[in-house]
Write a protein that binds this ligand. Sequence first.
Ligand code: PLP
Length: 388
Amino acid sequence: MIHYLDHNATTPVAPEVFEAMVPFLTGEFGNPSSAYPLGKRAAAAIAEARERVAALAGCEPEEVIFTSCGTESINTAILACLELDPDRRHIVTSAVEHSATVKLCERLARKGWEVTWLPVDRGGRLDPAAIAEALREDTAVLSLLWGNNETGVIFPVAEAARIAAEKKVPLHIDAVQAAGKVPLFSTGAGITLLSLSGHKLRCPKGVGALVASRKMRFTPLLAGSQEGGRRAGTQNVASIAAFGRAAELAQAHLAEHAAHMRGMRDRFEARMLERVPGCEVNGDRENRLPNTSNLAFEGIESEGALMLLAERGICCSAGSACTTGAVEPSHVLRAMGFSDARARSSLRFSFGPGSTEADLEAACQAVPEVVAKLRALRPQPGPVAMAS
Ligand code: PLP
């Protein structure tokens, strides 16, 4: 039996979402650019999905561009901002972004752009004053997370939008984790670009969206004609229809799902803190996505814990899914000022709308046992033998 507590990595596909795809994988196979009814029905499905995603993101449907994933949206957004004014050679982002942003900004830094990595405090919080201080006349883009994928800590997005507008700097927000967990706002509230991903929202992998303000002069990453010339390539109709349905469900059940996830997460966390000595929460507990719990367990290695937990059917993460497998401690926890040892002893549990009491109970049983086992296996400090 699997107890899936890794919804920040990806989510199971909701049955209603799967159903929304099926017609476009079977009889309704038309190309949405075709002029006959089969094509027009595919185009209508995309138009409906665009409205649903716009309702979730708080923008106009014409501002939604379908992409292949959150990573593509982020890359497109940042690069589109750099195209606006070639004389602006400065980029501002934070030290705790998702690897899609980090890797792109590192590459741009190697190519000559100056990148300011805004620091966070021990709670993973970003000070709006630091944003205001960092933005300059030659800043091409400010790119920030809405909610952190590892800790769930929420950034001051409304303040960032106000500051960016005041300084006339385009703002990109990575809302991949925030969508479906907190109410979103976007272009109406001063955000220039906003990235979303389907598979964090109970939709299959391989579809994302980029919200681009219609006030922006937008340069696509891929040249061609689809999506109004903003994202070329024949649209993935079935996945876009699924994304629309997933967005609709996320929006309709936002408060209910958030309350469910928060309830589970808070009960889980309370029991870990009570039952496991040397357990601490990583990140600001007041200002977090409702589903995420990042916990440090003193004296363990998270890699070993993941294996033992997997044997008991528990799926969770060490750091973000994209860096699991690499031995490097999480850049997010390090930026928060934690030691490598603490970062390596941390596990992320992320609940979803479908998480059950059985999942919670299984994790509450298994985690203390696994932590105790790993601690018992730890080499005990003893007398050091002196070489003669
Ligand atoms: N941004 C954040 C905050 C994420 O958590 C992820 C995925 O883990 C991404 C971006 C990338 O999204 P995708 O997997 O759709 O490329």
